[in-house]
Design a protein around this ligand. Sequence first.
Ligand SMILES: Nc1ncnc2c1ncn2[C@@H]1O[C@H](COP(=O)(O)OP(=O)(O)O)[C@@H](O)[C@H]1O
Ligand SMILES: [Mg+2]
Length: 377
Amino acid sequence: MKKNLLSWEETLFRDQDVFDLNYVPEQFDYRDEQTQALVFAIRPALRGGKILDTVCRGPPGTGKTTSVKKIFESLRETTQLVIPIHVNCRIDSSEYAIFTRIYTSLTKLSPPPSGTSVKQIIDMIAHYIEKENVHPLVCLDDANYLIYENQFNKTLYPLIRMHEIFPSVNFGLIIIISDPEIDLQNSLEVRVQSTFHPEVIQYPPYSAREIAGILNERVKQGLYPKVLPPDLLDVIIDNVMKHGDVRLGLDLIKRSVLYAEKAARKEVTEEDIIKAVEASRDRHLEMLISSLSDDERLVLKTAAELFSDETSPTTKEIMEALPDNGPKLTRVSEIFKRLDRLRLIDLEYSNQGGGRRRYVHLHEDKKMILSLISRSE
Ligand SMILES: Nc1ncnc2c1ncn2[C@@H]1O[C@H](COP(=O)(O)OP(=O)(O)O)[C@@H](O)[C@H]1O
Ligand SMILES: [Mg+2]
């Protein structure tokens, strides 16, 4: 009998880390233009000048974070003058959390004691910069989360105006926004608008050919030869193109290889991929629902309860079914739009039968949504 079983210590991965979402790849193609624009904005600081502020825009999975991380890596290797600070605004989503993060990254000290005010932390940051005579370069990554939480202007204002109080303190800023619906100019208060004039760098979605190039490279690095046959990688690429996010591809490769390993096979099969697609979709939905605010979850839950195979509720019916202490009308309309953007619901406008109505259809299975909501409550 042909021996095709994996003994326990064998693995199909050459290096499993290359499929991690935070992995910074060696090879980073298709983003030369964006990288050059960032370098151009940062370079003046190497000669003692000011960093130009930039805003990186593009949907998720278009290489924004990676391009900044790669530039930060080479800055750390070439200079001690510019101190790169990366802030993930999904995690640090308040003014307080962000300045604490800037302080700890900059000074390598532990966070200031609780009870320290934001203003005090900002002063501590400024004094450190004056003393060390460095150029801080802050990347607010996924800053759209600050916009949703109404923390964006509050955070930006001290960063762009600090040099008025501390003349030798100049922050360079890279703002990453991964929600294409956001109108940046409209999100800025006048007091911020008047001094914040960033260069906008666009990250368009990757084409199928580019996705294939990226995933192929990763497969070569992370898997042993023949583990994932090329025609099956094509099946993965087709799935990725439906959503346009490379991260889905990395996740599908990792999952399907793990399924193959579990079954003690040396090759991935199409069934592994189909299973991986389902698991990945469930996981995506779970993360999406757990990232919603309480109000958003309440509106989604109410919509799901009123939804059936035969009928979809209108926005008005959902509004009326909300508890008295629930969110108010204007907030609820915003929530509908956001849930629609996140593809949790589909809004349908109708003028039939007189009067304008909006129907709310569930984008995913009702039972599944309700069970995920109850799990995240
Ligand atoms: N041009 C590229 N070459 C190689 N890997 C890439 C490229 N663009 C994105 N990736 C990979 O895709 C994933 C998502 O990229 P990321 O930079 O996090 O996107 P964004 O910040 O725009 O959401 C990461 O794992 C990253 O390594
Ligand atoms: Mg990112």
